[in-house]
Design a protein around this ligand. Structure first.
Ligand code: ATP
Ligand code: MG
Length: 422
């Protein structure tokens, strides 16, 4: 147990961090291009925030939260998602007083007691954005266009956009009644979860992953057919904007969110590169979330994408990030005090050259072997005799060329070579 990470968590090893860094650089780039600023919220919040902001009837809150009591007897929860925290921060810092819309993005770990499998972990990472203070349908189109454009910039091609409208509290009452009426006969044949959802949250039944439930409910009415005029107009305008952008999509009436504060647009992006865990991004409008957690009724919309799943899709698509350059120079010694080598190494580092040395008292031959393993391009050899004459040897590991350089000019010479080689 001491030498194994907890179930559902994993180390991101040096061999993988290049991909993560590439992903994160792209996140910052696309977010800036689309006009979003970064926000970093705490990893844990008051449990109550998620009870209200995510909703007690959701899987997340009812089954998946990591909740604990701290030494001050407060109930705290490791954040299972980002939207509630960002909405809380918007209210706490009175961002409704700033120029609207407020466009924020976040990247970081989320925690859910999920069943671990490929693409599903207990600590996973999300990149998400939230826009507060704008209800225009072009904002919906922008929030959908961002991840699509982002995925393309990562080199992904095989993904599909699904969109739907989940209506608003005005049109949902009528729909809920019709839905319950049409489910009444079959509720006994649905899974245990769906039987529970029937009273509390019948819309979520459409979202059930159980095949029998999907088959039994395939002909039930959809919210999309019962939208009020405002919601229908909004949906038409979102579609028009996506058409104008040349983005293709599938209208999927079964795509649901099923909480009262979710309104109008809901969307998901699936990757064809992945198996069961194929949803790489999900989002939608939540015009009543802020009032649900005690704020004014400010409209909002956002998405969250699962970074691990996107990385799996990238791997499956054969996307390679540019290789990390690693160490540029190795400082080897032959009969010279270790402190001398450290001094030369530090001078190189101060000049922005990634340099390293031996720490194990290896022979010169073993040092060269080790330098090769590090994949350095240049080797500095400090020999006892040369040092006495104020000189060192500089070798290009790629060409085998060698030169003698004065110690005084060494750093400058290496900087020039490394810059040239870039
Ligand atoms: P799922 O149906 O797969 O459980 P979800 O509806 O719970 O997904 P959201 O809450 O919408 O997911 O989260 C947005 C995205 O975060 C998902 O589309 C997915 O890419 C990712 N995600 C969610 N849960 C996990 C997890 N346990 N491990 C890895 N990624 C996850
Ligand atoms: Mg889930």
């Amino acid at each position: 147990m001491l030498t194994k990470a907890p179930r559902g968590t994993r180390d991101i090893l040096p061999a993988e961090t290049g991909m993560w860094q590439f992903f994160e650089e792209k996140v910052r780039e696309v977010s800036r291009l689309f006009g979003y600023s970064e926000i970093r919220t705490p990893i844990f919040e008051h449990t109550e925030l998620f009870l209200r902001g995510v909703g007690e009837v959701t899987d997340i809150v009812s089954k998946e939260m990591y909740t604990f009591t701290d030494r001050g007897q407060r109930s705290l929860t490791l954040r299972p998602e980002g939207t509630a925290s960002v909405a809380r921060a918007y209210l706490e810092h009175k961002m409704q007083g700033e120029a609207q819309p407020v466009k924020l993005y976040y990247v970081g770990p989320m925690f859910r007691y999920d069943r671990p499998q490929a693409g599903r972990y207990r600590q996973f990472h999300q990149y998400g954005v939230e826009v507060f203070g704008a209800s225009d349908p072009t904002v919906d189109a922008e929030v959908i266009a961002l991840p699509l454009s982002f995925f393309r910039s990562l080199g992904l091609k095989d993904f599909t956009l699904h969109i739907n409208s989940v209506g608003c509290p005005k049109c949902r009452g009528e729909y809920r009644q019709q839905l319950q009426a049409s489910l009444k006969e079959i509720v006994g044949e649905l899974c245990k979860d769906c039987a529970e959802r029937y009273d509390k949250n019948p819309m979520r039944i459409l979202d059930c992953k159980n095949e029998q439930c999907q088959e039994l409910t395939k002909d039930v009415p959809a919210q999309l057919e019962l939208l009020c005029e405002e919601c229908a107009d909004h949906f038409a305008a979102v579609r028009e904007a996506l058409d104008a952008l040349g983005e293709s999509y599938i209208v999927n009436p079964r795509l649901v969110r099923g909480l009262d504060y979710y309104t109008k647009t809901a969307f998901e992006i699936m990757s064809s590169e992945l198996g069961a865990q194929s949803t790489i991004c999900g989002g939608g409008r939540y015009d009543h979330l802020l009032s649900t957690i005690g704020g004014p009724d400010v409209p909002g919309i956002g998405f969250a994408m699962g970074i691990e799943r996107v990385l799996l899709a990238m791997e499956a698509a054969g996307v390679q990030p540019r290789a990390d350059r690693g160490t540029d120079v190795f400082v080897a010694t032959a009969g010279v005090a270790a402190a001398e080598a450290l001094k030369v190494t530090l001078a190189l580092r101060q000049a922005q050259v990634a340099a390293d040395k031996d720490y194990l008292g290896r022979s010169l031959k073993a040092q060269l072997k080790y330098a090769n393993r590090l994949g350095v391009r240049y080797l500095v050899i400090l020999g006892a005799e040369e040092m006495q004459n104020g000189q060192a040897t500089l070798r290009d590991m790629q060409t085998g060329e060698q030169e003698t350089v004065t110690l005084a000019a060494l750093t400058e010479r290496v900087v020039a070579l490394v810059r040239e080689a870039k």
